[in-house]
Design a protein around this ligand. Sequence first.
Ligand SMILES: [Zn+2]
Length: 215
Amino acid sequence: MLAPKVPPPFPLQWGFTTRLDALENAPPIRLKQIHGNDIHPATSAVQPGDGLWTTTPGETIGVRVADCAPILLAGIAADTPWVAALHAGWRGAVAGILRRGVALFQEQGGNPEVLVWAIGPAIGRCHFEVGAEVIQAARMDPAWREDLATVTPSGKFFFDLHGFLHAQAMDLGLDARRDGSIHRCTRCEPELFFSYRGGDLEGRQWGWIRIGEKI
Ligand SMILES: [Zn+2]
């Protein structure tokens, strides 16, 4: 288990599992992840979407990933602890799932500046080769910078998913000092992480978060 490297804003448990973690304590599956940008309040139902949020202490929410980026958010909105877990591959990132998540926090009365946030292990630029259509789509985002992609010898691109999400976070007014991201490439460390591109078609790690029971 890897924990975000930043103090939480209120008592909570959170982290990013690895291959080495037993999954008995994994959150219940509540999402059918579809690489979109829908974020739901956590209920006991399984819903199609790529993010969950809750204000209920003791309720564990999470997303499953293997190369895509898990994103955890935590902050106080209208005196109430609020947490979210988001699943962002390039499609979700381009579709603005992080923008959606921060907007939901604002709808609850929260100020983006107070959010503590963490992007977990995901496929790094070193291994994330994509076609021109991905870069074309990402360019539509106001936070896009050309240095987030590098042309490969074969005319494709190495895409910096982490960097792109970080740029969106800055654009959204999140505080760089409250960033607990873990910049590790899932494809670079097969002994530790599941990687879809590395051949793990089934195995997933969790990015999960839970508001502490006693606040
Ligand atoms: Zn890598």
